[in-house]
Design a protein around this ligand. Structure first.
Ligand code: ATP
Ligand code: MG
Length: 305
């Protein structure tokens, strides 16, 4: 997990954000932004830039590297700080709390607002970028690996899906989006992989999830990363989350993804609840259920033709 930036937020002054935002703008053209360009990019005087560079580097919001010139780049924490600043100005976030989860490509934190919410920072591209940076010597100014762009696109795609699906589908309520961050309602449920359902409830829960997939399909989306890790269950029902890779039902691979999503779920239920699922055959039923969802007709695992 990337270090939680909450601790330094209160120490930062408006000019620190001008500097960070200047580095961010320079990164559209080059991973390492030339120090000489920063006064113009940030609107700060050269002396002020020097002072702010030190403050931000000490707090690990930026990194420095001398190549053919002295260059600066945002760290993940620096990008987090910029997004948090925006959320706080828009009054969607009042403060940052404890981590709620660490995914393969995200950090999810609890945030304070009019009620506790969840903030997901996308990290797509960032981990790769760190590896590439270690292995390669950056020399060319335009040799540019844009994790900022990749992570922001993932957040935008996920937010778009949540907006299209909520409230018809049981997904977190989308509240706000900026850069690589999404603010959404926080669920209290436990992930399916950590839940131990009574055998007699297993099929019922599976059908609840498939019903949400039917509703998502009716609203134009296939999840495309469905698994026991991206569904949460509670007494109140199921929540399907983690939507950045969702595809439109018009997409040429939509049906294949739908079959794979359903097959993942059925395989999981078969393995974990063998006694409850003996009437299911993951392989053949996945296709039949996918066809019934695509036809808008899914009702129960027994009633599919
Ligand atoms: N809205 C939310 N409310 C509460 N907890 C959440 C919320 N969204 C995500 N989480 C927690 O954070 C974890 C990671 O979230 P999510 O699956 O969206 O991220 P990810 O990085 O895409 O995961 P993956 O490893 O599947 O790629 C979840 O397993 C869950 O524990
Ligand atoms: Mg996930």
């Amino acid at each position: 997990m990337v270090r939680n930036v909450a601790g330094v937020m209160t120490e930062l002054e408006p000019e620190d954000f001008y500097l960070l935002s200047g580095v961010e703008q320079g990164m559209r053209f080059s991973e390492w932004v030339n120090r000489g360009k920063l006064p113009q990019l940030s609107g700060l005087s050269p002396e002020e830039v020097n002072y702010r560079l030190d403050r931000c580097a000490t707090r690990e919001l930026i990194e420095r590297k001398t190549i053919q010139y002295e260059g600066y780049t945002l760290t993940a924490e620096g990008y987090d700080a910029l997004a948090l600043r925006t959320f706080s100005k828009r009054e969607t976030v009042d403060g940052v709390g404890a981590p709620l989860g660490v995914g393969k490509e995200s950090d999810v934190l609890e945030v304070k607002s009019y009620k506790p919410l969840a903030l997901k920072f996308h990290r797509e591209g960032y981990t790769n970028f760190r590896e590439v940076m270690r292995e390669r010597d950056y020399t060319a100014e335009n040799d540019h690996v844009s994790w900022l762009y990749t992570a922001r696109k993932a957040a935008e795609r996920e937010y778009e899906a949540l907006e299209a699906l909520y409230p018809d589908v049981s997904v977190p309520q989308p509240i706000d989006q900026n850069r690589h961050g999404i603010v959404m309602s926080k669920f209290e449920a436990v992930e399916l992989n950590r839940a131990q359902l009574p055998q007699q409830q297993a099929i019922g829960v599976l059908e609840l999830i498939l019903t949400e997939m039917q509703r998502a399909y009716d609203n134009g989306y296939v999840h495309a990363d469905m698994s026991e890790y991206n569904v949460a269950v509670s007494e109140n029902g199921v929540t399907v989350f983690d939507w950045p890779q969702a595809v439109s039902t018009d997409h040429e691979n939509a049906h294949e993804r739908l079959c794979r999503d359903i097959s993942n779920l059925l395989t999981y239920f078969e393995r974990k609840y063998p006694n409850a699922t003996d009437r299911i055959d993951a392989e053949s039923d996945a296709v039949r259920i996918a066809n019934s969802i695509a036809a808008g007709q899914f009702e129960s695992v027994d009633n599919i033709s």
